[in-house]
Ligand binder design. Sequence first.
Ligand code: KG4
Ligand code: ZN
Length: 338
Amino acid sequence: MLVLGVESSCDETGVALYDTEGGLLAHALHSQVAMHSEYGGVVPELASRDHIRRVLPLTRKVMAESGRTLAELDGIAYTQGPGLAGALLVGAGMARALAYALGIPAVGVHHLEGHLLSPLISDTPPQFPFVALLVSGGHTQLMQVSGVGRYALLGETLDDAAGEAFDKTAQLLGLGYPGGPAVAKLAAGGDPDRFNLPRPMLNSGDFDFSFSGLKTAVLTLQKKAGAEAAADIAAAFQAAAVDVLVGKSVAACVHAGSHRLVVAGGVGANARLREQLTREAAARGIEVFYPRLEFCTDNGAMIAFAGAQRLAVGAADGGMAFPVRPRWELAALEAVGG
Ligand code: KG4
Ligand code: ZN
């Protein structure tokens, strides 16, 4: 089954072609980071307009690279939510219109399901069941995953997401947007032990997180220590955030009796997180699976892949409307495969 995937939920336009037999055939991405950076964050209206400009050229590029034609498509998947409404509408409108013109099914995909399943786009994918740590700009969740669409929430952040904490720390330290890679880069030249920041809720006994206090601690420290300490502050922040993510993830695996942990979402690109998590998990007999680095942040491949899983069992949108879901709970999804 040959499936085109379209991602347009935020500041990246991603298009990809996934074949359930041949795997990922082609993918292309346009990041709007440069356009939004002068505003210090994503401007929704500009994001929507840019998706309009990019989505068709990216689709043509993916088709050309794959050597396949639109007539060969069996279905089209697009991000239905959560995300920015106007941005989502661009991908949804394009995907539904193309599917209608080709007489093939289209299916709306949950963006976080895309992230969650992205480590499965691999020659050595993890088997179900597994525990998943979902760490993006908008979400921090630990899920028990027993199949496609079978997600039980173990815990989540009570306030800021992990990526949001990285982004806000970057702002406080005068770094650009998006903050995660900038903080990680600065932290690499800093001393993580010079300052000791709190590890919020590390020993709370549950699988919930809280990152807003950490951000406040960074602000207080930054005022006290001054600009020359920026690299050490970044390193201290990163060490604290990673300690909490690693500690909770390993505890969740032990609780669930799982020997497999999947990490997905933009913060999953963080080198310190990867290194520490792999090491501490291995000590407990847990294997950690990551998406390819380029598929940690938003991309079309994860949407094509997740959509293919659903289209393969007959899921398809009905009617002519293409409602998007800017807010959408992952645990509300329906299971695939009975
Ligand atoms: O998954 P994603 O691309 O978009 C959402 O669905 O939110 O995640 C973006 C988030 C941003 O907060 C960004 O700062 C963070 O992921 N991020 C990182 C790194 N790369 C991206 N955080 C820490 N270290 C990184 N290397
Ligand atoms: Zn995302």
